[in-house]
Every structure is written in C-alpha cells, then in structure tokens.
Design a protein around this ligand. Structure first.
Ligand SMILES: C[S@@+](CC[C@H](N)C(=O)[O-])C[C@H]1O[C@@H](n2cnc3c(N)ncnc32)[C@H](O)[C@@H]1O
Length: 207
C-alpha cells in the first residue's frame, strides 16, 4: 500500500494511469498495482480480458519502467459492448487504439480470441516456455480456474496473480471467489489482499 501511495505522487505516471482509468472497469488502485507488479515481476506477463486496454496499458508502462525485455501477451475476445458507459462497437479496434496512443503497441502481443480456444492456448505456449510467466492478470468471465488450468505449466513459482471479481456486483463473484478460495485452501494460491472494487491479488505457489 505504501508503494501504491508513492506512485500517486509520481505526477506524470499518475496522470497516465488516471487517463487509462477513464476507460477501465478496474479501480485506479488495481491499475497502479498492475503497473507495480509488471515492473518488479521476474518473467513475462499474461493478461486475459484486456477490454479497452486500461490494464494492458498499466502493465505495459510497468514493463517499460523495469528497463527489461519482458514478453507480454494480452488476450481479448472482442465484439461489442452495448448499453454501458464504456460501450464499444469494436472492442479490439478500441483496444489497439488505446494501446497505440500510450506508445505501447510494440511491447505487447495482442491476441483476439478466447483464452481457452486450442489455437490461442498453443500460441501462448509457443510464446512462453515452462514457468516463464511472472504476472497473470485475469479479468474476463466467471471461470478463472479453467484458464489457470490451461496455463499452469507456464506460471512461475511465486507468479503474481491479479484476479478480478472476487467481490463484485456481477454474476462472476460467486464462482470466482469459490475457485480462488479452493486454490488457496489447496495452498496453490496465497492471498496478499483485496483492492479496488474486489480484485484479488496474490501469488501462485506451485513449483
Ligand atoms: C471486465 S472486462 C476487462 C476490463 C479490463 N481489464 C480493464 O482494465 O478495463 C472483461 C473482458 O474480457 C473479455 N473476455 C471474456 N471472456 C474471455 C475469454 N475467455 N478470453 C478472452 N477474453 C475474454 C470480454 O470480451 C471483456 O472485454
């Protein structure tokens, strides 16, 4: 929390993250945390559910601030979102536009499709070797367990995990919480805290 607060006083960075927060479904604290974890993590970053790219930009800025080359893959289903303050006629087009505006298009491999589609899984596994992912961000549907199972062999021991909707006003909250709690009970996940509107943050403990 102290580090998060310190970042708030970094005016240029805070300005960039606040701009991203304008088109985000995540709270600004979670975007700052994603920035921090992308900066300090060992290994690459896998994001599932980029939407308009706010969390993607936060992670991209963190990677850039690390001064290291880190692989970054972000998967988004695409399509439209209607009747919402962040409505979009073409999610992937707007995602590309926002990542490009932040000057980060070169630093991320944006993949359109479903995280559990066989071809997408193969593309991600081609990009990351075993235990090469140091930050896993899940903000997609109500089934984080499915995607952890898909990519578990790519997660490093101690991989930072950001999982949205542990607490939420949507239908996702129940299943996500049950899955995260089960993995925590099995000592596969360790909770660090809850941030924003109910994003779960922790680490992957499996060797
Ligand atoms: C809550 S939004 C993500 C918000 C974003 N992280 C932000 O910072 O604002 C969820 C997104 O996940 C996408 N999505 C849902 N299920 C998915 C899946 N299985 N694979 C890839 N993307 C998925 C949806 O299309 C939607 O754009």
């Amino acid at each position: 929390m102290q580090r998060l607060i310190e970042y708030r006083y970094d005016k240029p960075l805070h300005h960039q993250l606040m701009k991203a927060a304008e088109y985000s479904m995540l709270d600004i604290d979670v975007l700052i945390l994603i920035y921090h974890m992308a900066k300090i993590c060992q290994g690459g970053v896998l994001e599932i559910g980029s939407f308009l790219g706010a969390s993607t930009v936060a992670a991209g800025l963190g990677i850039r601030a690390s001064g290291q080359e880190k692989k970054f893959v972000s998967i988004e289903l695409g399509g439209q979102l209607k009747d919402h303050r962040l409505a979009s006629k073409d999610i992937c087009k707007d995602l590309r536009k926002n990542v490009s505006r932040a000057g980060l298009l070169d630093g991320v491999n944006l993949i359109q499709g479903s995280s559990f589609d066989g071809k997408i899984i193969a593309a991600v596994k081609d990009r990351f070797g075993p235990r090469e992912i140091g930050l896993f961000i899940f903000d997609a549907d109500a089934n984080v367990r499915r995607d952890i199972d898909c990519y578990a062999d790519r997660l490093a021991e101690g991989c930072w995990m950001v999982i949205d909707d542990y607490i939420s006003a949507t239908h996702k909250a129940g299943p996500i919480r049950a899955q995260v709690d089960e993995l925590t009970g099995q000592s596969k996940l360790m909770q660090l805290g809850l941030y924003g509107w109910g994003s779960w943050v922790g680490r992957w403990l499996v060797r």
